[in-house]
Design a protein around this ligand. Structure first.
Ligand SMILES: [Cu+2]
Length: 175
């Protein structure tokens, strides 16, 4: 008689190979195309307006609405002229600031970075332990698995709104 336990193990191994993941992912994407007519914009990785490209935005889940949380992305200026990020906003937060993390006497601290400039043909990286968007005075919690809209207001380019996935509290790299 076959051992059901063994059968289950074999089944799991089969399901979680990378190849089948890709297959399921493709089927899922096709299903989205079927339902929505196209892949919804939340599956997007790059948002662009004029010469500004926002790549891989993501935010970290918050602990309720008590403390602040952070969001990250890469901002590419593909044009030759510099641009400035004047302000950032989000429907989930009353106050969003660009912060810079620094290390003084072995202590990590952060302070508002003010208006940041994205030089022509350059990229500003917002990443854990570096520049980041600080989402403060949260109106509702950022829940892992959900999405957050973040609006970036540039001096020259204008306004770009991105939809960023929310990853777990302990996430340090986008995945
Ligand atoms: Cu901060």
């Amino acid at each position: 008689m076959p051992n059901p336990q063994r059968k289950l193990t074999v089944f799991c191994k089969t399901v979680y190979t990378e190849e089948t993941y890709v297959k399921y992912h493709a089927i899922f994407t096709l299903a989205l195309v079927f339902v929505f007519g196209s892949v919804p914009s939340i599956a997007q990785d790059i948002w662009s307006l004029k010469e500004m490209e926002i790549e891989q935005p993501w935010a970290r889940a918050s602990i309720g609405t008590i403390g602040p949380t952070a969001a990250y992305m890469k901002i590419h200026n593909t044009g030759t002229e510099a641009d400035r990020l004047l302000s950032v906003s989000s429907p989930l937060s009353e106050l969003v600031e660009v912060h810079r993390t620094s290390k003084n006497n072995g202590m990590m601290s952060m302070e508002p970075a003010g208006t940041i400039t994205i030089a022509g043909k350059s990229t500003v990286v917002l990443a854990p332990g570096e520049l980041h968007l600080m989402l403060m005075k949260l109106k509702s919690p950022l829940v892992k698995g959900e999405f957050i809209q973040i609006t970036l207001n540039f001096e020259r380019t204008g306004t770009v709104t991105v939809t960023a996935p929310i990853y777990g509290v302990g996430t340090t790299i986008p995945k």
